[in-house]
Design a protein around this ligand. Structure first.
Ligand SMILES: *[C@@H]1O[C@H](CO)[C@@H](O)[C@H](O)[C@H]1NC(C)=O
Ligand SMILES: *[C@@H]1O[C@H](CO)[C@@H](O)[C@H](O)[C@H]1NC(C)=O
Ligand SMILES: *[C@@H]1O[C@H](CO)[C@@H](O)[C@H](O)[C@H]1NC(C)=O
Ligand SMILES: *[C@@H]1O[C@H](CO)[C@@H](O)[C@H](O)[C@H]1NC(C)=O
Ligand SMILES: *[C@@H]1O[C@H](CO)[C@@H](O)[C@H](O)[C@H]1NC(C)=O
Length: 270
């Protein structure tokens, strides 16, 4: 993130300056850069997804809540119903015909071991119809199961990922039938063994129950709950700097500010 070339950096920080960018902006290219930055800062990349280069925006909508912003904190009650998923293509050359697999996993708190994650939803052969994920001809391997993180275990990150499902798709036998309950699994092995991919789009939200009693490790420097304040401060530095400097200088100032902020948080927590 911090070592990105100068030019793409500015739109990312301007985008993050608006915490609820995905619900408010219709500039899909900016939103894609923003979601990539969110996934890196929330330590979902490279810990859960080794790379993340989405061609579309995935918008999660819960009844009674509306369209979520990346990493939005919600209560267990708010995320109990099955959400609807909207897909917005980056541009008209992105083709969303054919089949896709939709997965939701609990990536636990920042710093968790992501080699096994809890599967909360797994639908094979979903399609995109009028910009919405449709399950009308899908195989419901694991029906949506609302998050229920252990009380005091911290803010869990629930990640919803849409994968391309090519005609060579061939799931392992233990995931080829519907009605498999929630369990731990190795998402990346499943994706590889089934010949799924690439990732088309992804997004996440967080749910915390009770107050965390865990000691916070240094890797929590990029805890998603700190994103809004970190990016907000960085963006105001960027805005202030751009009033008096060239664009390049402004971007460099924002980079320094961002690195320093992360560093201060690490120091504060250790
Ligand atoms: C965003 O929406 C506004 C109002 O609907 C429209 O004028 C504008 O062209 C849109 N921008 C993009 C990049 O789609
Ligand atoms: C359209 O979006 C895709 C996916 O983000 C990107 O690879 C491609 O370069 C874009 N094409 C144009 C013409 O912008
Ligand atoms: C992941 O979970 C499965 C099922 O509980 C278990 O069999 C496997 O050993 C676990 N793998 C790792 C790397 O923890
Ligand atoms: C589609 O999803 C809805 C809402 O979760 C569910 O009630 C329905 O059974 C699903 N249909 C199929 C074919 O999976
Ligand atoms: C999409 O999935 C359906 C249902 O599993 C299957 O019948 C169809 O052949 C698949 N299409 C492609 C292009 O893979």
């Amino acid at each position: 993130m911090i070592v990105l070339p100068v030019l793409p950096v500015l739109p990312v920080f301007f985008a993050l300056a608006i915490p609820f960018v995905s619900a408010q902006s219709n500039d899909t290219a900016v939103q894609i850069e923003a979601i990539e930055a969110h996934f890196t800062q929330a330590a979902l990349v490279p810990e859960l997804l080794t790379t993340f280069d989405p061609s579309s925006i995935l918008t999660i909508n819960f009844d009674g809540v509306g369209d979520l912003s990346p990493g939005q904190a919600l209560t267990q009650d708010q995320v109990a119903p099955t959400p609807t998923i909207k897909i917005t293509i980056a541009n008209s050359s992105v083709d969303l015909s054919g089949n896709f697999t939709l997965a939701m996993v609990d990536a636990d708190v920042v710093g968790a071991d992501e080699s096994n994650v809890t599967r909360h939803w797994l639908e094979n052969s979903v399609t995109i119809s009028n910009g919405q994920v449709s399950n009308s001809s899908a195989t419901d391997i694991t029906s949506y199961a609302g998050p229920a993180p252990a009380s005091g275990s911290g803010p869990h990150r629930y990640v919803i990922i849409l994968y391309q499902q090519p005609s060579t798709f061939n799931p392992p036998s233990d995931f080829s039938q519907p009605n498999i309950g929630v369990s731990q699994f190795d998402l990346n092995s499943y994706v590889k063994d089934s010949q799924l991919g690439p990732v088309v789009a992804a997004n996440y939200f967080t749910v915390e129950v009770g107050t965390s009693t865990m000691s916070i490790s240094a890797t929590s420097a990029v805890q998603s709950s700190t994103l809004a304040s970190v990016s907000g401060t960085t963006a105001s530095e960027t805005a202030a700097a751009s009033g008096t400097s060239s664009t390049n200088n402004a971007a460099q100032v924002s980079n320094v500010g961002f690195g320093t902020l992360l560093f201060s948080i690490v120091v504060a927590l250790t």
